[in-house]
Design a protein around this ligand. Structure first.
Ligand SMILES: Cc1cc2nc3c(=O)[nH]c(=O)nc-3n(C[C@H](O)[C@H](O)[C@H](O)COP(=O)(O)OP(=O)(O)OC[C@H]3O[C@@H](n4cnc5c(N)ncnc54)[C@H](O)[C@@H]3O)c2cc1C
Length: 410
């Protein structure tokens, strides 16, 4: 790969415009670049497929209707968030990284006009995240208009669906089932443990022996009770072994009817099928030698990609250093930035990252209930609603996207 761009500045290249990429761009522009001896020589370039940043955790509710969440907070323009920096300090490039030559330190990008550009970098942060099987749950490999089209196709089919099946037992599957249950069926009365004869039968099917494996068993049991009150049935210990047609619920067949075959040979018929069985890291452009279990192999202490050469880092769901979650990314940002600074200055100590592995996960179940724990402490349903279920974190993202979150060096 040969560079086709003149090298006038030292490029700090960031791939991916979401929690990891946007945060690290702000942090570097606020606290690292201005402290460097030749600060005018550096440019932070962010490569993003989409012009907008998505509050991704909100997808389970956002996919149902635009009326349920504040739209101007759900998707926010990236360029607007970076107007605050001096001219030339930041550059937004709309496109997808399609190749990384880590030895020659070049990234090739397919630009939104379908042309290709080769970009040399002085430092690189890989923050391309992970894709979900269902296009309803994130931007993945396309832009915001594509996400909105996917939601529209699903919504058109929703009023005539009588049986909806969701595969997976993690928070994405459970939240999506809860949101659909509340929206389509409403909630059982105060003293009923189950919604009898729901308008739409909603089934969650998981290969696991329980749902929500990150949380303690008692919270998983509580979640099942809340789901039952919304007309959602959970089938456990049953792996989906075949889907007919095979692309049902995937790109191009979002509103397709489906027949699912489970491991014991039984079948489930679905008017709508949503696969929610985990994520796939967006690493197709990265040399396989740099990957471990599909993620970019990232030093869990320094967040450097040691095998790739100097000044190459990874953060967020694409990286191997920690469990994929927003709170993990937020605690990694100052560490990664400190190590970029150390490497650009060529002197100083490494800052060390340590993952907080305490039980932390909040799972809203419909519009007024939820289960969860934070830093090892179980939270009551009301608090899960207050912190997350009310608006799926939209109350937190304005500060994050604008960089206000990183106003102080931490
Ligand atoms: C439905 C759902 C609900 C969730 N709820 C929560 C929650 O409540 N709390 C929590 O902590 N976590 C939650 N998560 C996880 C959380 O969303 C992720 O940890 C977080 O979004 C990861 O951020 P990221 O920056 O690593 O990447 P992502 O958010 O995955 O974004 C990656 C970005 O990179 C872009 N990209 C991909 N490939 C390329 C390429 N080749 N070149 C350039 N750009 C590219 C993508 O378009 C995307 O914009 C949820 C995830 C899902 C799917």
């Amino acid at each position: 790969m040969a560079s086709d761009l003149p090298v006038s500045k030292k490029s700090v290249l960031i791939l991916g415009g979401s929690y990891g990429g946007i945060s690290i761009a702000h942090y570097l522009l606020k606290h690292v670049i201005p402290t460097l001896p030749e600060k005018a020589n550096y440019q932070v370039t962010l490569v993003s497929i989409s012009t907008q940043i998505l509050c991704r955790p909100a997808c389970p509710r956002a996919l149902i209707s635009d009326d349920l969440l504040q739209q101007d907070k759900l998707l926010v323009n990236i360029a607007d968030q970076f107007k605050q920096y001096p001219a030339g300090a930041f550059h937004l490039l709309r496109g997808a990284a399609i190749g990384l030559d880590h030895a020659s330190r070049l990234v090739s990008v397919k630009l939104s006009d379908q042309t290709e550009s080769i970009i040399p970098f002085h430092a690189l942060v890989i923050a391309t995240g992970a894709s979900t099987p269902s296009p309803l749950h994130g931007l993945s490999n396309d832009d915001e208009s594509h996400l909105r089209k996917s939601w529209s196709a699903f919504r058109e089919a929703l009023p005539s669906a009588k049986h909806i099946v969701i595969s997976g037992g993690g928070p994405t599957a459970i939240e999506t089932a809860g949101e659909l249950g509340e929206y389509l069926n409403g909630r059982a009365g105060w003293f009923s443990s189950k919604l009898e004869n729901p308008k739409v039968s909603i089934t969650v099917v998981t290969s696991g022996s329980r749902i929500l494996p990150t949380l303690r068993q008692s919270l998983a049991t509580k979640a099942e009770k809340f789901l039952a009150q919304l007309g959602v049935t959970v089938i456990k210990d049953k792996k989906v072994v075949a889907v007919e047609p095979a692309n049902a619920g995937l790109e191009g067949a979002l509103s397709s009817r489906a027949m699912l075959t489970l491991a014991d040979g039984s079948t489930l018929q679905a008017d709508l099928y949503i696969p929610a069985t985990g994520t796939r890291p967006n690493t197709s452009f990265v040399d396989a030698a740099l990957l471990i279990d599909g993620r970019v192999e990232t030093n869990p202490s320094t967040l450097r990609v040691d095998k790739a050469g100097p000044r190459i880092y990874a953060i967020g769901d694409v990286a191997s250093y920690a469990r994929p979650a927003v709170h993990g990314i937020l605690s990694a940002v100052p560490v990664l930035a400190a190590n970029v600074k150390r490497d650009l200055l060529g002197t100083g100590e490494d800052r060390v990252f340590k993952e907080d592995v305490r039980e932390t996960q909040l799972v809203p179940i419909g519009q007024s209930k939820g289960v969860g724990a934070a830093m090892g402490y179980q939270l009551p349903s009301f608090l899960v609603w207050l912190i997350k279920g009310r608006d799926y974190w939209l109350w937190t993202t304005a500060k994050l996207w604008s960089g206000e979150q990183w106003a102080k060096e931490s």
